[in-house]
Ligand binder design. Structure first.
Ligand code: HEC
Length: 109
């Protein structure tokens, strides 16, 4: 009855995957993206670098901006279309920018 054991094994694996996969996060990891793309300038905790005129993202000044304003800044460089922040043209997807926004919100003091 080797075949039967094999079938049971295959079913067991399928069931295990079915249970495990929805728990794996396919969502973009905003914290990791932030660390890779933003922390060098804005600091890991969002404090920025005042001496280098890099604004804090954890500050009231940044946090009082709307989601739309912050998203536009990160995706397109804001009202002045700063090329340094046109991350949508540097390969970040809308989902990744959304995840970054959520992370920036989590830096609020
Ligand atoms: C090379 C350094 C550098 C990197 C990397 C960088 N920033 Fe910035 N960021 C700045 C500077 C400088 C400003 C101020 C620009 C201005 O106001 O014109 C700024 C401004 C901002 C602002 C507007 C803040 C405000 O109060 O108006 C946001 C939001 C922001 N950055 C988010 C991000 C995010 C998210 C990332 C990563 C995806 C990132 N930045 C990467 C240097 C950087």
């Amino acid at each position: 009855m080797k075949t039967q054991k094999l079938i049971i094994l295959v079913i067991a694996i399928a069931v295990a995957l079915f249970i495990a996969v929805p728990n794996l996060s396919w969502a973009e990891d905003g914290a990791a993206l932030y660390k890779a793309k933003c922390a060098a300038c804005h600091a890991q905790d969002g404090a920025g670098k005042p001496a280098a005129k890099i604004p804090a993202l954890s500050s009231d000044d940044a946090q009082k901006k709307s989601d739309a304003e912050l998203t536009d800044f990160v995706a397109n460089g804001g009202p002045n279309k700063k090329a340094s922040h046109a991350f949508s043209q540097k390969g970040l997807s809308a989902e990744q920018i959304q995840a970054l926004l959520a992370h920036v919100r989590s830096l609020k003091k």
